[in-house]
Design a protein around this ligand. Structure first.
Ligand code: ARG
Length: 459
């Protein structure tokens, strides 16, 4: 018996062509979404009188059986059936007989696969957002502890010591970065909130369908305005891949910082043994390879985004098989960000902060902005104050002297406003506490920041 979808074809396909065009190996991941979409479609067909009520019930019951088979692992996947959609349809006919062939009335695999991907991405953006929240919670907890202990570390610009900051403040910078990711995936979800069902192959259908009803059944709040656009749009997938790429950039920055901090040269943190590995040759090694891999995996997130953008470029309307290339990229990015978020949460929750070491590494020269500010407060134009203190720092460097060791006379050489009292302002905790501008690193400000962060976590 010829397969229903063989249409005008006779004879067997070339085995190479068959293997080449088959997407089952990866689109089987859309099996559940495919069944869900088909059930809604079958119900709509019956409601609209396109198929009989009983026929609709039979089809839905068959699809429910298939859902169970998928859940308990007994569904018979067949590679020769090309993709997940044909696999499920074939199985349906096997289970309920020729009436199963009515399911595909007023539908094409083009709107079907678009629907499945929309459904998949709506679920996946939820998962990603939850995983982002878990990492944010870990950072929040660590920040709260470190605010409590008043931990100070050197703050950097250009990876040169700039001004000291509270460790809590530094950690919360990642919290807010991730908060934007969380919000961005909400927007991605919004882009996925459009049902393509009813567009059929590209032009719509001659059957009296009710796509508004199916959309509602499937949790969509709107439809595509245009059937051609509905089957050819993959913007929502690009947006998802972009969200993953940028999230990857953020996780990679965090990972890189932790790698640097774990070196002997910095020595700011120790990775928990559970998140590090040894070397097969060097007994002393403890490698932060979980963080290195988070950093490294960002490459595929960028690649997937660029890959899909490239697939879309130059693709004429409406559907082209090129679009089959969207899925592996989407699945890979989803798996990758979820794994990275998960391991980053583990790393952050278990690493040890070496508070003493951080404090010790605050160099006194990173405090001298406050000396310039002090001169400015005495009426010296800030530019001049900046130059005077610059000379002072340079002189200390050349003479091998510490600022705190200079006599009043020596200080007076640089400015009449400089004395030991002014130099005494240069305590790291005091320098930090003076940065009370909104969003600054003063403990009171960071406490407010934590309160706002807690509120975000409650949504
Ligand atoms: N496997 C296809 C995909 O992933 C499903 C849609 C195929 N449609 C078609 N007319 N060949 O995009």
């Amino acid at each position: 018996m010829p397969k229903a979808w063989e249409g005008r074809f006779t004879g067997k396909p070339d085995v190479r062509a068959e293997a080449f065009t088959s997407s089952l190996a990866f689109d089987r991941r859309l099996a559940v979404q495919d069944v869900t979409g088909s059930i809604a479609h079958a119900r709509m067909l019956a409601r609209s009188g396109v198929i009989g009520r009983q026929e609709g019930e039979l089809i839905v019951a068959g699809l429910e059986r298939i859902r169970e088979e998928l859940a308990d692992g007994t569904f018979p996947f067949r590679r020769e059936a090309e993709d997940i959609h044909l696999n499920i349809e074939k199985r349906l006919v096997e289970l309920i007989g020729p009436v199963g062939g009515k399911l595909h009335t007023a539908r094409s695999r083009n709107d079907q696969v678009a629907l499945d991907l929309h459904l998949y991405l709506r679920e996946t953006t939820d998962e990603v957002r939850e995983a982002i929240r878990r990492l944010q919670r870990a950072l929040f907890r660590r920040a709260a502890e470190e605010l409590e202990s008043g931990t100070i570390l050197p703050g950097y610009t250009h990876l040169q010591q700039a001004q000291p900051v509270l460790l809590a403040h530094h950690l919360l910078a990642y919290f807010w970065m991730l908060d934007r990711d969380w919000e961005r995936f909400r927007q991605v979800d919004d882009s996925c909130d459009r049902s393509p069902l009813g567009a059929a192959a590209l032009a719509g259908t001659s059957f009296p369908v009710d796509p508004v009803w199916t959309a509602g059944e499937l949790g969509f709040s709107r439809l595509y305005e245009n059937s051609v656009d509905a089957v050819s749009d993959r913007d929502f997938a690009c947006e998802f891949l972009f969200g993953c790429a940028l999230l990857g950039a953020h996780l990679s920055r965090l990972a890189e910082e932790l790698v640097i901090w774990s070196t002997r040269e910095f020595g700011f943190i120790r990775f928990a043994d559970a998140y590090a590995t040894g070397s097969s040759i060097m007994p002393q090694k403890k490698n932060p390879d979980t963080a290195e891999l988070v950093r490294g995996k960002t490459g595929r997130l960028y690649g997937n985004l660029l890959g899909l953008l490239t697939v879309l470029k130059g693709l004429p309307l409406a559907y082209g098989s090129d679009l089959q290339e969207d899925k592996e990229k989407v699945f890979d990015s989803a798996d990758t960000v979820l794994a990275c978020l998960d391991v980053a949460e583990g790393i952050c929750s278990t690493l040890e902060f070496r508070r003493e070491r951080m404090r010790e590494m605050v160099d006194e020269t990173s405090l001298v902005t406050d000396l310039a500010d002090h001169l400015a407060s005495k009426g010296v134009p800030f530019r001049e104050a900046h130059a005077m203190v610059g000379k002072l720092v340079r002189w200390c460097e050349e003479e091998g002297r510490r600022l705190s060791s200079l006599t009043t006379a020596e200080l007076g050489e640089f400015s009449i406003h400089l004395d030991q009292e002014a130099v005494a302002l240069l305590d790291p905790a005091a320098v930090v506490a003076r940065r009370r501008s909104p969003g600054g690193t003063a403990p009171g400000r960071v406490a407010e920041e934590l309160t706002r962060a807690r509120k975000c976590l409650m949504v």
